[in-house]
Write a protein that binds this ligand. Structure first.
Ligand SMILES: [Zn+2]
Length: 490
């Protein structure tokens, strides 16, 4: 506001000054006399000033002309000038346009078009690190593997783009199934960029697949150091790897190292069931029952699990049912309402031939959470209490039609495993097995009445034919050996 005012005042002052100056010149005497080729010009004061201004303008135009001629001369000589710069800018603009079009084509899935545009961009831009990348991706999209690999190899030569090149070829080798080469490339890429999460995961997966547990633990440790992995995930995965290492050592019968590794795994992740089981087994072998009990108790505290109960039973293989029931109180007093604890108690009471107590332990478990295990336990209780055969068989057939309860399920592909393992059998993912209920996608089975209508469906007891079911029921006999959960888990 004030500045505008100042400008207006200055302008008015300037106009006034010019008017004053012109008036002064008009009124003043004298002038300039110029003689050109014998002719004399006499200029008044105002004319002299105008002539001076014109002269200055003429000199300026002359200088510009000389500059243009010099630039033209340089251009013809091939030197860099404003003219060449103009053309270079033009070429660059065309190159970037082609690059942008290529990227658009890539994004819309037109591989061939993207390759053409990349070639055009390369011609104008001469920036191979940009255009090679586009070419490689376009070639891969249109299925031209050779061209893609060529472009990735070019990228490897440039330090700035080396990682992209290595990663590209690694992905190609993975797709081809050449895991050995892929692993070498993954190691190289991981060394170039340890913070790159995807490369780390690929390397880890490849190492786990090839049972290179020590290498995988190294990778995991680097990931932790570079902050690419949260500490708790690292702890769990490292425990899985330590456990796998121990498993491998077990197979080679090197028990001392195995024991230590298994215990180490257990220390890092006490809630990991397989680690606890292996550690406890190592202690049992050692004759250290106290530590074995401690390990299992700690794991049961984290999560009740049939594998833990089986291992806990194996600590005292010779004891009778009553002694076992007493010893198991260490576990059963924890998580009293957990389904696993209730089923364990029922089993222990069935073994002790206290069937009414076993029934009380199960309570309404079949109504709230029907599983094959509960139905089988109920069949055993009915049989122990002397119920008619059709009632027992009714429970056994029901066991076939209800969900099977939690299993070791791969969270990635939902494949069900009989035993825990570090790498999924089906999709080869690392550390994806979890103890969860598989989604119900089982074959539709007729209900128990539909399956055995002559036996289960008839209210009158019938002379039963000799079915395999009866043998199954006998497997549940109270004298079952030291693994109380085995029959129900298959
Ligand atoms: Zn899987």
């Amino acid at each position: 506001m004030i500045w505008s005012l100042v400008k207006i005042i200055l302008f008015v002052c300037a106009v006034a000054a010019i008017a004053l100056g012109a008036g002064f010149l008009l009124e003043s005497q004298g002038g300039v006399q110029v003689v050109v080729a014998g002719t004399e010009f006499t200029l008044g004061p105002l004319e002299s000033v105008i002539a001076l201004v014109l002269l200055v303008f003429a000199v300026w135009v002359l200088l510009k002309l000389v500059g243009a001629v010099i630039a033209l001369w340089h251009f013809l000589n091939g030197d860099e000038t404003a003219i060449t710069r103009y053309f270079a800018r033009n070429r660059q603009a065309k190159g970037f346009d082609a690059l942008a079009e290529g990227m658009m084509a890539l994004a819309s899935g037109e591989g061939r078009m993207a390759m053409t545009k990349a070639a055009k961009a390369e011609k104008y831009l001469k920036r191979p690190e940009l255009t090679d990348l586009l070419t490689a991706q376009a070639a891969e999209m249109s299925g031209d593997r050779r061209k893609a690999e060529q472009s990735y190899r070019k990228l490897i030569q440039n330090e700035q783009t080396r990682f992209v090149g290595v990663r590209g070829i690694m992905k190609q080798k993975l797709a081809e199934g050449d895991t050995a080469t892929a692993m070498e490339l993954a190691k190289k890429a991981f060394a170039l960029k340890p913070r790159h999460a995807e490369t780390g995961d690929v390397l880890l997966k490849l190492q786990a697949q090839s049972s290179d547990w020590a290498g995988a633990r190294n990778t995991l440790h680097t990931k932790l150091k570079t902050g690419a992995l949260p500490r708790d995930v690292h702890k769990r995965r490292d425990a899985v790897l330590a456990l796998s290492e121990a498993k491998q050592v077990f197979e080679a019968d090197q028990t001392i190292e195995a024991r230590e590794a298994a215990i180490e795994a257990n220390r890092l992740s006490p809630d990991l069931i397989p680690a606890a089981v292996m550690a406890a087994q190592a202690y049992i072998e050692q004759g250290n029952k106290k530590y074995a009990t401690r390990v299992i108790k700690k794991a049961w505290e984290a999560m009740p699990h049939p594998d833990l109960a089986a291992t806990f039973a194996a600590i005292e293989p010779e004891e009778d049912a009553a002694a076992r029931l007493k010893r198991f109180q260490t576990l059963t007093k924890l998580h009293r309402d957990h389904a696993e604890t209730r089923m364990l108690l029922a089993e222990l009471h069935i073994a002790n031939e206290d069937f009414p107590q076993a029934r009380r332990d199960l309570g309404d478990l079949f109504e709230t959470d029907p599983t094959a295990r509960v139905a089988t336990l109920l069949a055993a209780i009915e049989r122990g209490e002397g119920a008619p055969d059709n009632v027992v068989k009714g429970w056994l057939t029901r066991a076939l039609t209800v969900p099977r309860g939690p299993q070791w399920v791969c969270e990635n592909c939902l494949h069900i495993h009989a035993n825990w393992q570090p790498v999924c059998e089906n999709c080869e993912s690392f550390d994806t097995l979890a103890w969860i209920k598989p989604p119900m996608a089982e074959v539709a089975m007729p209900g128990s009445v539909g399956m055995l209508p002559m036996i289960v469906g008839n209210p009158e007891p019938q002379p039963a034919p000799d079915l395999a079911m009866i043998e199954d029921a006998e497997l549940l006999d109270p004298d079952a050996p030291d693994d109380p959960t085995e029959n129900q888990r298959t």
